[in-house]
Design a protein around this ligand. Sequence first.
Ligand code: ZN
Length: 184
Amino acid sequence: MLKTKSNKEKYAVVVIDMLHDFVYGALKNDRAKKIIPPLKKLLSHARKNGWLVVYANDAHLPGDPEEKVWGAHALAGTPGAQVIKELMPEKGDVVLPKRTYSAFHETGLDLLLRQHGITKVIVTGQHTHICVRHTSADAFSRNYEIYIPENCVESFTDEDHKGGLAYLKMCYGAKITSTKEMMK
Ligand code: ZN
């Protein structure tokens, strides 16, 4: 079992696709830059408090379904599929490669969370209306409580970001929160 300094709450923070291709490369998104500092703070808080930090990283093979929609991105083993240097995983973090939008799809995430007795999942990264949404859908159907710090998720447009948040709240009962709130 995971040792927590605070027995009150046990969270996992899932960091989705904060990869070179998603911030600076093939699917470059300038809007993602502003979530880096708050996410960095949240991850540091998480590690200090013994929360589980999980990176769910696109690691595509050529011909994966998404290639038809987005073109080639985050190919496994390429620099584009590396976590950006600002948010590099640290000792004790878990890195799970994925080939679809959801961090739960064929990654072992559900087993990992259950091994740690975790029922509360903080979903962060990109994109609010795509991978964050698909991950939340799978978290919801597996009965996890979902927390979305709105300053730690982004999309390509404000409309997609805000629409994504509204959908997460309406459909999965996600708590739309902030790093300030989560770090209290
Ligand atoms: Zn992808």
